[in-house]
Design a protein around this ligand. Structure first.
Ligand code: G3P
Length: 225
């Protein structure tokens, strides 16, 4: 399973990248707005900086048009920023048409705002490279987000769809583990959830004991001289 970070924050992207496990980045207009980025030029420059930071990893950037001509126009401009840009397209009727157009014209896509298996089938049929089910938001509305990943994974395997399942809206380290179990190809996570995978109290207790014993060993060795 690939690890993407779900943020537009450069320091967090760098921290995840420095960990050596980062395969890419996903952004959305809310995450970009949170960083205080305003204006087309600044937005495009920020996307370019992210692409250079993750060097080689896919970077999803979202269109804000909702009509076919607008989505295509915007997507073409975004894709021209850097070869690793993946155009994020919403799961709406014109979005599906645009996914097909991008697929026919060699522009890679991530179909976003996916909340059902039916939508995931449509995205795959239209040739999306990635499909993004929002599992945290599904959990928030009292459904089971991880179960949707399992269902999509089952359908894609059965039908031979090549679209990669990108589990999004991750809220915890446990979500990442569950998505790996459920067959997600990619998990896009906040930095906190990635770092949460490190944590186990027995690791901390065990390490403290080893370091303590190592200190005693050193003392004995010094004493023996
Ligand atoms: O990038 C899309 C998705 O990951 C959003 O997550 O936490 O706003 O539901 P969230």
């Amino acid at each position: 399973m690939k690890f993407f970070i779900d943020t537009a924050n450069l320091a967090q992207i760098k921290e995840a990248h420095d960990l050596g496990i980062l395969d890419g980045v996903t952004t959305n207009p809310s995450l970009m707005a949170k960083e205080g980025i305003r204006g087309e030029e600044a937005i495009n420059q920020h996307y370019l900086t992210i692409c250079e930071l993750v060097d080689g990893g896919d970077v999803s950037v979202e269109v804000i048009s909702t009509d076919l001509a607008g989505i295509i126009e915007e997507g073409k401009k975004l894709a021209a920023i850097h070869p690793n840009i993946v155009v994020k397209v919403p799961m709406i009727k014109d979005g599906v048409k645009a996914l097909k157009w991008f697929s026919d014209n060699g522009i890679r896509t991530n179909c976003t705002l996916v909340f059902s298996a039916g939508q995931a089938i449509l995205a795959a049929k239209a040739g999306a490279n990635y499909v993004s089910p929002f599992i945290g938001r599904i959990d928030d509305s009292n459904w089971d987000g991880v179960q949707l990943i399992e269902q999509i994974s089952h359908i894609y395997n059965l039908q031979g769809f090549k679209t990669e399942i990108l589990a999004a809206s991750i809220r915890s380290a446990l979500h990442i583990v569950k998505c790996a179990e459920a067959g997600a190809d990619v998990c896009t996570c906040p930095l906190e959830s990635i770092l949460g995978l490190l944590k186990h109290p027995l690791t901390d207790i065990g390490l403290a004991k080893f370091l303590d014993d190592a200190k005693k060993m050193k003392e004995v060795m010094v004493g023996a001289k």
